[in-house]
Write a protein that binds this ligand. Sequence first.
Ligand code: TYM
Length: 331
Amino acid sequence: VTRVISGIQPTGNLHLGNLLGAILRWVTMQDEAPCLFFLADLHSLSEHVDPGTRRANVREMAAALIASGIDPAKSVLFAQSAVPAHAELCWLLNGTARMGWLSRMTQWKDKSGKNKEGASVALFDYPVLQAADILLYRASHVPVGEDQKQHIELTRDIAIKFNTDYDTDLFVPPEPFIGAGTAARVMSLRDGSAKMSKSDPSDMSRVNLIDDDDTIAAKIRKARTDPDPLPDDPALLAGRPEARNLVGIMAGVTGRTEADVCRDFAGQGFGSFKPALADALIALLAPIRGRLEQLRADPTMLDRELAAGAKRAAEIAAPTLDAAYRAVGLR
Ligand code: TYM
């Protein structure tokens, strides 16, 4: 691992899927390699958001990342729009990316739905900007949830085609770095076949960082399950997606394996498992929420950290951007 980069869209709302799939893993990686983490605020232009809300969301998400353990003294933390090199490299890579590649992205297909004519160009071009985010820093590893794998593979394709077309070795094709087990794809609490998502209309489908203890307990109590007791081996959870998801969440939240969790609760029903899961979630989330509230009270500090992060990111990005311009025959 030579350099790590990852980003998150600044919506006002960080959920358990983001935490287990990405952010808590970023926190661990900070001690293992040079890391950059950013708020993907340019990506947020793929959907219409009121400007005041967009601005507030960037600060709120920066605070949530720091509260979760991202340390601006260890990692470079910044807002994407504060480093113009992202948008510039995106444009250079637009010459390399193919319409066919982008048309096959499942995020594009899902989000544009039946209304391709009415979708924004930014939604279509979204993965090229994501490729720019990664290639700009010549990052080797991109810690993400399973849902981002296709975008990282596209980034590899873009890097390889650019290098071939312009006879250079400028870009490093990155590896997706996806967690093991349920953490890679935390599912909805209401439907074991849908991923936990900020866009799910039902708030009962997810645990949010900002949920208070009672809300967390209620969401777990009402989470969909089946009537069978827990088995002593996670392999026996096949065909029981909701049960499997809750066991996986318990493992992720307590830092243990799914086998450990099954061993502890073998033979017990969800009537005793759910309260234990709610307690484990509250033990993880309540301190993060407390720090978040303190950080919100100090926007000047947040802005200062983000400005320092942007300056540092821009310094790292500059030589790659310059080399990319020169590779295509500009500058
Ligand atoms: P975003 O903002 O949707 O999600 C942030 C991170 O959380 C992960 N994630 C999940 N992991 C497990 N289970 C879930 N239910 C779940 N839901 C979300 C995501 O996989 C992601 O790692 N396109 C990206 C942001 C981005 C980016 C980048 C990431 C922009 N540029 C460059 C890496 C590198 C996105 O929308 O993530």
